[in-house]
Design a protein around this ligand. Structure first.
Ligand code: FES
Length: 389
């Protein structure tokens, strides 16, 4: 657990609340702690330690039961709110054991889910950022993962980004940066009040930061996508520059994490996930079960192109290479957890084209609608797709 004196004892943005779609279970990290974020059917957003208190399996690969999360291993269910165990399948008529998932305080503000690694009664008051509280429209950018420490990202953004040769994408405009504190930086373009971006830093773990971006202004219709695309491209350029700089400069270190305790769930390694899947689950996630329509022949898996509307890029996805793999190779970050089409974390909007669904998350109605897909396992029916990325 985080030290009271560390910067973990403050509020951090974790994810765009829109990523918590119906039944989605979102997996993220904060200061080396794995977290699972989910919204119950009554709208309550939960931020929990991503670990079943029974056998330590990640809850993010479990099932969303409306008002509870069910662990994939032995089926224990933990209720929204207090995280208390409510049901154990092996003892359907007995009382649930008095155990609970570790829960963290939650705030849902300005389109983001925030948390603080403190006990609820010890958490400092949540102080909203004034910049996000006014009535301008917000365009939220796709979160990027940066291989650099949050402090270094913040320092670069607020102190010298506009004097540094690596930041050409930003130097071309007349900008000024303000450190808003609480791991937030405002970038303002002086000649255009509409061009303001607030960055929120999420220190995921040593050497890894998630950077959330929000463009502020008055945007209408098509302009919204153009603004989103413009700032997303700059955000990607910023990430690349920061990573080059972090790799080059010795002073960009991660000393602040050196004395921190290890993550709270050292035994829940990715390699354990498949081991803990029940036989039914293993069947469910197999490609054969996911493609129940019988129309998919893996031997005939075809290449396709994917156009990313926000990034204004078109990528080729070869046969035998997953869409997620292709996105990663091109540094397009998509949040994932199970990467088996089960949890819904990677759910992505489809703007054009027909997806070839291979997940077990979407309902038949959602599949038929064809307006979203799980990029970890699904592909394109035709030659091309356009995604909201
Ligand atoms: S990461 Fe879980 S469905 Fe794609």
């Amino acid at each position: 657990m985080a030290d009271k004196d560390s910067s973990a004892f403050t509020w951090f943005a974790l994810c765009d609340v829109d990523q918590l779609g119906e039944r989605a279970i979102y997996h993220t990290e904060l200061h080396g702690n794995e977290l699972v974020v989910w919204r119950a059917e009554d709208g309550v957003v939960n931020v929990w330690e991503n670990r079943c208190p029974h056998r330590g399996v990640r809850l993010s690969i479990g099932h969303h039961r409306g008002d509870a999360l069910q662990c994939q291993y032995h089926g224990w269910q933990f209720g929204s709110g207090d995280g208390g165990c409510r049901f154990v399948p092996a003892h359907p008529d007995g009382a649930a054991p008095p155990v609970a998932v570790k829960t963290w305080p939650v705030q849902v503000r300005d389109g983001f889910v925030w948390t603080c690694l403190a006990q609820s009664d010890e958490a400092p008051p949540f102080v909203p950022l004034d910049e996000l509280e006014d009535d301008r429209q917000q365009v939220r950018l796709r979160t990027v993962a940066i291989d650099a420490c949050a402090d270094d990202v913040q320092r670069a953004l607020s102190a010298y980004c506009f004097d540094h040769a690596d930041f050409d994408a930003w130097r071309t405009t007349d900008c000024v940066a303000f450190d808003l504190g609480a791991h937030a930086v405002l970038i303002e373009q002086l000649d255009d009040a509409a061009q303001r971006v607030v960055f929120l830093m999420q220190p995921a773990r040593a050497g890894r930061t998630y950077l959330h971006g929000i463009a502020l202004g008055a945007f209408a219709g098509e302009e919204r996508l153009a603004v989103q695309r413009h700032h997303q491209q700059r955000l990607n350029a910023l990430r690349d520059a920061l990573e080059q700089q972090a790799a080059r400069d010795e002073h960009l270190s991660c000393d602040r994490f050196a004395d921190q305790p290890p993550p709270v769930m050292p035994h829940a390694q990715p390699s354990t996930q498949a081991v803990f899947l029940s036989p039914a689950m293993a069947r469910a996630v197999s490609a054969e079960a996911a493609c129940a329509s019988g129309t998919i022949d893996h031997a005939d898996e075809h290449a396709f192109t994917v156009h990313l509307a926000r990034s204004d890029r078109t990528l080729s996805v070869p046969a035998g290479v997953s869409l997620l793999q292709t996105l990663r190779e091109h540094r397009i970050d998509v949040p994932t957890s199970c990467e088996q089409g089960v949890c819904g974390t990677c759910r992505t909007r489809v703007l054009d084209g027909t997806p070839l669904h291979r997940d077990v998350f979407l309902t038949p109605q959602e599949r038929a609608a064809g307006d979203c897909m799980m990029v970890c396992v699904s592909r394109a029916c035709g030659a091309a797709l356009t995604l909201d990325l």
